[in-house]
Design a protein around this ligand. Structure first.
Ligand code: TK8
Length: 337
């Protein structure tokens, strides 16, 4: 038997043969898990949810059935967070920026121009700093499983090309429901309008707002090019998504079930980041083809924006965020070295 086992292991057959046995010996109940998200099925978010659905099914022998609900059909980010806390919904993925009403510390990630690239972001989110913040959700009734990439955010609007920050003057710009974003865009001279993502397309279509800011992948998958002419590559914030579970629900699961969820979530993170990064490389050409006029902000202009936004950074520090911001900057510096 020992020999047979090692032969099987060596040939890689072991996994295939032993996995179903293992699954049935584990403590797993048939469950339906509602997983809500804001973007379309046909987005990086939607593809990663689909991947997670399949992973969960594979790893549980088909018992843990996840159903994805796209397009905020279970509610906006904030509505879903509350449904998770109350136990009315099991899982979701959404922006960390909309969590600040629950755990204020997440606002540190909304400060502009922190990360230079995705690798710095991965190291910080997956490292002790990102994990410490996610753990703070526990006492609020949420479990933060993994961070996915939303991406570097860029500006779009329907009024004019934004080549210098003054071009933002008077533009009604939708931002996420988050004080740092409101302060940031007001400092740039825009009129920041906080709105949920689910209301955004209509708000642009009807002229309630003139513009918004999101990664190019979202501008593509949510078809913002249909209602926005100008795209400005500004990369002002690197924005993560976080996969959340209802703590009330999660605590009622068996250890085996929780292990499967944690491992499937980790696999989905790796899939999602790779997929999003590949997709974002195609987005600019796609958006150009759809008729968007695209420009990149110069380094000089980005430098000016950093200066203009300083009061908003100072306000964050003065309101109790100073230590947290220092800690985050120290973590980023470690990666940079
Ligand atoms: C989707 C949102 C979106 C975010 C936003 O539900 O609201 O602009 O970037 O990805 O979480």
């Amino acid at each position: 038997m020992k020999l047979l086992r090692s032969v099987l292991l060596a040939t890689g057959l072991a996994a295939a043969i032993l996995a179903p046995v293992a699954a049935s010996a584990q403590d797993i109940k048939p469950r339906l898990i509602r997983f809500g998200y804001g973007l379309s099925e046909n987005s990086n978010q939607g593809r990663a949810v689909k991947f997670f659905v399949e992973e969960m099914s594979k790893r549980s022998g088909g018992k843990l059935k996840v159903k994805g609900f796209a397009d905020a059909s279970l509610g906006s980010d904030i509505q879903m967070q509350n449904a998770l806390i109350g136990g009315a919904q099991e899982m979701m993925v959404g922006s960390t920026a909309t969590l600040v009403g629950i755990v204020k510390d997440f606002a540190v990630f909304d400060l502009p121009f922190l990360f230079n690239n995705e690798q710095e972001a991965d190291a910080v989110f997956d490292g002790p700093f990102g994990q410490k913040l996610a753990a703070k959700l526990n006492e609020k009734g949420l479990v933060g499983l993994v961070y996915w990439e939303n991406g570097f955010r860029n500006l779009t609007n329907s009024k004019r090309p934004v080549e210098k920050v003054e071009d933002l003057k008077g533009i009604k710009l939708r931002v996420m429901q988050n004080p740092v974003y409101i302060d940031m865009f007001n400092s740039f001279g825009a009129n920041a309008v906080p709105l949920s993502f689910s209301e955004l397309f209509t708000a642009m279509e009807t002229g309630t707002v003139d513009g918004q800011e999101n990664p190019v992948t979202t501008i593509q998958s949510s078809k913002f090019y249909e209602v926005q002419k100008y795209l400005t590559i500004s990369k002002h914030v690197y924005s993560p998504w976080i996969v959340l579970a209802s703590k009330r629900w999660y605590d009622g699961l068996s250890n085996d079930e929780r292990t499967i969820i944690n491992e499937a979530a980790a696999a989905s993170r790796d899939f999602e980041r790779k997929d999003s990064r590949e997709a974002s490389k195609q987005s600019i050409a796609y958006l150009k083809d759809k008729g968007m006029q695209i420009n990149e902000l110069s380094n000089a202009e980005l430098g000016r924006m950093r200066e203009m936004v300083k009061p908003a950074m100072d306000k964050f520090a003065a309101e109790g965020g100073a230590d947290l911001l220092n800690e985050l900057q120290a973590e980023i510096n470690k990666v940079r070295k």
